[in-house]
Design a protein. Structure first.
Length: 157
């Protein structure tokens, strides 16, 4: 599995505001390129692990952010889970109950010790009733893309 997070660039006067809503990380830069560099650095600094991310510009004012090493997907996902749960006002136990997993299991998801299945991620998004900007690419062991799940907010950034 390879996690990719959608990000957005918005021109605000002389500055470009840039963000990855699912991770709740925002920054700005004087140019689009500068803004992309800044969001890369902001995401890397906001995760409590030494991971590196890539920013891939897309058409329009959006980009895709992903871990350079897919083994670090768990830390990006853990950051998203923790921040989105915090916004919902739910306790760890309440969230675990909604997902029908043990509190200890959900705690391991949020700590990046355990990577939930795609089914659990889908259940999480449904249980939290929010609009996450996450793209999950499911890749077989042979390499080619098999299925892509896209969770994009209808909001315009």
């Amino acid at each position: 599995m390879s996690l990719k997070f959608m990000g957005f660039l918005v021109r605000d006067g002389r500055w470009w505001v840039v963000g990855v809503p699912a991770l709740e990380v925002w920054s700005q830069g004087k140019t689009r390129i500068d803004a992309c560099r800044m969001i890369k650095e902001a995401v890397e600094m906001s995760i409590n692990r030494p991971i590196k991310v890539n920013v891939l510009p897309m058409p329009g004012n959006c980009f895709v952010l992903y871990a350079k090493d897919s083994r670090n997907d768990r830390y990006l996902l853990a950051t998203m889970l923790k921040r989105q749960r915090g916004n919902s006002g739910l306790s760890l136990g309440q969230t675990a109950k909604r997902l029908k997993v043990a509190s200890k299991t959900y705690s391991q998801y949020e700590q990046g010790r355990l990577l939930p299945s795609i089914t659990k991620i889908l259940e999480y998004i449904s249980a939290m009733n929010n609009d996450d900007h996450v793209v999950l690419d499911v890749v077989s062991k042979q390499g080619p893309l098999r299925r892509s799940y896209r969770f994009l907010s209808p909001k315009s950034y």
